[in-house]
Write a protein that binds this ligand. Structure first.
Ligand code: FAD
Length: 374
């Protein structure tokens, strides 16, 4: 089959790789250069974890883990640093309790640590009085830009074409085919996959997709003393439910450790030409960083902005376009989607080639939203 993939960031690069490997004529359209820093998948790290507060995500992540392992083997690159992870918060916190339940339901090994046990095991971080941490050994981080480039490299080896600087402005299903238009030409495909991330709402404006886009910041903080305690494993990836902050150990590639907030963000048009960093967000991050990590100085070594594309329920969108079964949509990854992009790519490839046209899990289908009024 001839399949167009519109947008080759996290999900699109994965879909393109699976399609090309399975012998389909796959064409990826990218409005910028691949691996660019204007969308959602760029940067050195994204958390990957089985520790979700519900059985749905934990179950799907098991499938995603297998696919990431395959990608590492196939690419010959170290893309996944399995350094363990802790989720922590006040002992009675509902999200924490639900996370423990979903790990237990899936028989996934995990340990509960109080503040002192956590300090003994992971001396860099102070989870605070009265907090409990759940440790899961399979958590870690994905080297996100490198994952995208690795998928595209493999896709190209298998014959996929990647057209950079090729913004698509129209996608239309007509007479059992899909017409994909750029400024230079319109091409005919059997199916099209739209993995346009933050741009999906604008590209498919008539569908009134319920997504909002927001700018988020991450910052790398300087280590003042005891750098050995910030190495992967000695410091796991971490998420706190007391404040929605999260972070990483030293990634071995840049100075400092990365800390961010899932909460603080500003609505932002993806077509703005820049991705500014907001000083007030960085100040708030610095305050949190020094409270959690007494060995950090609070000085920011570097920072970066990135876009979230969020749905009202923070579940993704993976579905056929209403009234256009040959056009598939995937976006709305709501700030937690990178770890799933390889699974989304797998499901999209199956849906596009009709190996499994109905592969989208119910919580990711558009039917959950009220029908938009035009
Ligand atoms: C600061 C930050 C931290 C995050 N942390 C985590 C984390 O720790 N763990 C986790 O799992 N997730 C995390 N996420 C979320 C995750 O990174 C995103 O959900 C994921 O990268 C989304 O991938 P995507 O393929 O949907 O979008 P993108 O990767 O943005 O891909 C969309 C692509 O489509 C292209 N495109 C758009 N329109 C067109 C067009 N008309 N023509 C051609 N090309 C087009 C874009 O240029 C882009 O390359 C984080 C996100 C941010 C911003």
């Amino acid at each position: 089959m001839k399949v167009a993939v519109i947008g080759v960031g996290g999900s699109g690069s994965a879909a393109l790789r699976f399609l090309a490997k399975e012998g389909h004529e796959a064409v990826g359209y990218e409005q910028f250069t691949v691996g660019h820093a204007m969308g959602s998948s760029h940067g050195r790290s994204r958390i990957i974890r089985l520790s979700y507060p519900d059985d749905f995500h934990t179950g799907l992540m098991r499938r995603a883990y297998e696919l990431w392992d395959d990608l590492e083997i196939e690419s010959g690159e170290n893309l996944f640093v399995k350094c363990g992870g802790i989720t922590f918060g006040p002992g009675g916190d509902t999200t924490l309790r639900n996370t423990i339940s979903s790990l237990a339901n899936a028989s996934i090994p995990h340990e509960l640590l109080d503040r002192d046990q956590c300090a003994t095991r992971f001396p860099a971080i102070d989870i605070g009085p009265g907090s409990t941490a759940v440790y899961q050994q399979d958590s870690g981080f994905l080297r996100s830009t490198r994952c995208v480039l690795a998928q595209l490299g493999i896709a190209r080896q298998h014959g996929a074409e990647v057209r950079e600087h090729s913004p698509v402005f129209a996608i239309e299903e007509k007479n059992g085919k899909v017409l994909v238009s750029t400024a230079s030409k319109t091409e005919v495909f059997d199916t099209a996959i739209v993995t346009a991330g933050p741009w999906i709402g604008k590209l498919l404006a008539p569908l009134h997709l319920p997504v909002t886009t927001a700018l988020r910041q991450v910052a790398y903080f300087a280590i003042r003393r005891n750098p050995e305690n910030f190495a992967p494993g000695k410091l796991p990836v971490w998420i706190t439910h007391s404040s929605d902050h999260y972070g990483f150990p030293a990634d071995g590639e840049v100075t400092g450790i990365k800390i961010a907030s899932h909460d603080a963000g500003m609505t932002y048009d993806p077509d703005q030409p820049d991705r500014p960093v907001m000083p007030e967000h960085l100040e708030a991050l610095a305050e949190k960083a020094t409270a959690l990590f007494p060995d950090l100085s609070g000085d920011i070594v570097s920072s970066q902005s990135c876009l979230y594309t969020t749905t009202p329920d923070e579940h993704f969108i993976l579905d056929h376009a209403p009234g256009s079964p040959r056009i598939l949509l995937c976006s709305g990854c709501s700030g937690h989607g990178f770890k799933f992009t390889i699974l989304l790519g797998r499901l999209l490839a199956d849906m596009a080639t009709r190996t499994k046209a109905d592969a989208s899990p119910t919580p990711w289908r558009l039917a959950r939203f009220p029908v938009p009024r035009s």
